[in-house]
Design a protein around this ligand. Structure first.
Ligand code: 13P
Ligand code: SF4
Length: 303
């Protein structure tokens, strides 16, 4: 990345009172210039609490949308409006309505990786770092968990007192990691601990020593006395893992999971939106208000 681009980004940030938020899955160069880098829960909290006037969200569309829902008066920009999470669309209003008809005392729990329209139909949002805690805290016994069947199944195992109904969606990037790839990595690095994201398939989680969100995986590796790890999540986390632990070794499954949508964020696009204020995230007020309720409930219950 040209130093000139970074310098210009910093100048425009000052001029516009802007901050740059980035998820751990974006490229190293974007993470390196961001003001805040973190997992989905952390970024939602930053988006809610910041006093900046402009937020540049380097992630995928559900993240920019959540920032706008929480901050209607702020300008929320995305470097690339086509950066979208395919899983965010993998639930339907029809199925939610069907479940509500079937179960009187139902909580619709919506993984934050969902469109604003799905959030509007839900009772509470969760992220991978607070899903277990929030589902456990609900008074409802029956939960319809959308859209990720893998995180939903993981939550169901951790909270056996609830009846968790799963929806058939998943992250294609995590779903592509196979148990065979993980076994192969373990054979090559027998001393390595396996750290996995709960968006992975059951077969991967049962081979894992630790399961957590991106931030939790990063924190676990840092505090661990072990020095070798097989990481089952998107490869963007390797930047922070290496920065925090220069003497530790991190290995990824052979196909090296990479989310092409996250990688659409580039320094050049950040500079462009800062200068032009193009790519604003906009939501109609009715949708925003309806989607705010489950997000605020998450922030309250996840505290
Ligand atoms: P977390 O960073 O919250 O673990 O989310 C992972 C993810 O898939 C974001 O798209
Ligand atoms: Fe969506 Fe998976 Fe990409 Fe995260 S890694 S944004 S869940 S496709």
């Amino acid at each position: 990345m040209k130093n000139e681009t970074i310098q210009q980004i910093n100048e425009w940030k000052q001029k516009k009172n802007a901050v740059i938020l980035a998820h751990y899955y974006v490229s190293e160069e974007v993470q390196a210039l961001a003001d805040y880098v973190g997992d989905s829960f952390y970024l939602a909290k930053v988006a809610k609490d910041t006093d900046a006037s402009v937020l540049v969200f380097c992630g995928v569309s559900f993240m920019g949308e959540s920032a706008k829902i929480l901050n209607p008066d702020k300008v929320v920009l995305m470097p690339d409006l086509t950066a979208d999470c395919p899983m965010a669309h993998m639930a339907t209003a029809e199925r939610i309505a069907e479940m509500r008809r079937k179960y009187e005392d139902l909580a619709v729990v919506c993984y934050i990786n969902s469109t604003a329209e799905l959030k509007c139909l839900s009772d509470v949002c969760v992220t991978s770092s607070n899903a277990v805690k929030i589902v456990r805290a609900l008074s409802n016994r029956t939960v319809f968990f959308i859209p990720d069947r893998n995180l939903g199944r993981y939550v169901a195992e951790q909270v056996p007192e609830k009846n968790v109904i799963l929806n058939d969606g998943c992250c294609p990037i995590h779903a592509a990691i196979s148990a065979e790839q993980v076994r192969e990595a373990k054979q090559l690095h027998p001393r390595a601990r396996v750290l996995s994201h709960p968006e992975c398939d059951d077969a991967i989680l049962s081979l894992s020593d630790y399961i957590g969100s991106t931030a939790e995986i990063i924190a676990y590796a840092k505090q661990s006395k072990e020095t070798e790890f097989v990481i089952c999540t998107e490869d963007g986390v390797s930047f922070r893992l290496q920065q925090d632990n220069p003497d530790k070794r991190f290995y990824f499954p052979k196909t090296c999971p990479c989310c092409p949508d996250m990688k659409l964020n580039t320094p050049e696009k950040i500079l462009r939106v800062l200068m032009t204020e193009e790519n604003r995230v906009e939501l109609d007020e009715k949708t925003r208000i309806a989607a705010l309720r489950p997000l605020e409930r998450m922030l309250e219950l996840g505290r």
